[in-house]
Design a protein around this ligand. Structure first.
Ligand SMILES: [Zn+2]
Length: 375
């Protein structure tokens, strides 16, 4: 019997809802994964992240391999114990972050040599070393090592890069081996080109993975181009496995991606915005640093049940942001993660109930109204 599984329980159009089961717990899909880059979701305790409704976190291989080091994490009992998060963790392969170090890296068939952004020391990442690092971290969902070119890029470049990623996908699969209870996801590439995406999907499917990511999007192509790809890309991937859109996104990106058949997403946006005074609400984005909030005794969102909205006024949130107090990032991050998870629950319920279109209409209508009027 397999220790992991993916069960679909509802559909509405292309949208799906279900559960990924792992020995460390269930992941309700569509799922949003908060990003815990350096073994912490910045400004949040793990139990607070869980309280927002998150079933799974994302950790970054690139950051963790450099500091504190994967071997050290392994000696200390693995990433779950190290960061006090007992539920599932997905780790990326390190590829995306290494590729974004342009100037500091060298790409060959073997892998990527790069210099640490921390101390300039030289490192190598390959499919084999990425699998080993993710094994040492103890990740539940491991991502293949791939190359992701920035867009726009010409077709030839996208094609060569995709084929390299497919060779690396096979090497990742071989190096991962048989690890009951852990899942390995392949990553589809091919830029905005339907035929290249199709070729990539076929290559991955013939290797065989526990889940499939749509990679190479949310890299500067814009929402319209991304949705165009999502109109065909999820359908090229196996129906009975989870589909993960990497690095997405804003709330309206999420709704559009789920509508097109995506099951999992991750993004730094809710936590990063929380530290820069931006709150995501049903009525769109609220800039708490704006002077309009300084005398406003009302909560950020009167319907939100997060601690920031239950116990604090806009005036207070404005004040602590302006004063540079740490509680500002803590409260706004909590609110943002809570809002994102509430959005995911709303999407899951709407898909299960066959009311996705109505949910989507209401989502856009509320945002179109904008923030509550100034007092
Ligand atoms: Zn709130």
């Amino acid at each position: 019997m397999s220790l992991t599984s993916f069960t679909l329980s509802g559909r509405d159009g292309a949208a799906r809802t279900g559960v990924i089961s792992t020995p460390r717990g269930e992941i309700r899909t569509p799922a949003f994964m908060p990003v815990g880059t350096a073994a912490t979701v910045k400004a949040m305790l793990p139990e607070s992240v869980r309280a927002t409704g998150a079933d799974i976190l994302l950790g970054n291989t690139y950051h963790l391999m450099l500091r504190p080091g994967a071997e050290r994490v392994a000696r200390l009992g693995g990433l779950h114990k190290f960061m006090n998060w007992e539920r599932p963790i997905l780790t990326d392969s390190g590829g995306f972050q290494v590729m974004s170090l342009s100037g500091l890296r060298k790409l060959t068939e073997e892998g990527v040599t790069f210099k640490s952004h921390i101390d300039g020391s030289k490192h190598m990442l390959s499919p084999e070393s990425s699998m080993e690092i993710q094994r040492l971290l103890g990740s539940d969902i491991v991502m293949c090592f791939d190359e992701c070119p920035a867009l726009p890029a010409d077709r030839k470049r996208i094609e060569q890069s995709m084929r390299l990623s497919m060779r690396w996908a096979q090497r990742s699969r071989d190096a991962f081996g048989d690890r009951p209870g852990h899942m390995l996801f392949g990553i589809q590439q091919g830029g905005l080109e339907e035929d290249l995406r199709g070729e990539s999907a076929e290559a991955l499917t013939s290797i065989g993975f526990d889940g499939y990511a749509v990679g190479g999007l949310a890299v500067g192509e814009g929402q319209e181009a991304m949705f165009k790809v999502l109109d065909f890309a999820p359908g090229q991937l196996p129906e009975d496995k989870p589909r993960y859109l990497m690095g997405v996104g804003k709330p309206d990106d999420i709704v559009g991606a789920v509508k097109r058949g995506i099951d999992m997403m991750d993004c730094v946006l809710p936590s990063r915005s929380g530290r820069t005074g931006q709150a995501w609400t049903r009525r769109g984005m609220v800039n708490i640093k704006n002077a309009r909030h300084q005398d406003d005794p009302r909560p950020l969102d009167e319907h939100c049940t997060c601690p920031a909205c239950r116990s604090y006024s806009r005036a207070y949130l404005h004040h602590v942001y302006r004063a540079g107090e740490m509680i500002s990032g803590m409260l706004l991050t909590w609110h943002n993660l809570h809002y994102y998870q509430e959005l995911m629950q709303g999407l899951r319920d709407a898909i299960a109930g066959g009311t996705f279109a109505a949910f989507e209409d209401q989502f856009h209508a509320q945002r179109a109204e904008g923030d509550i009027p100034v007092l």
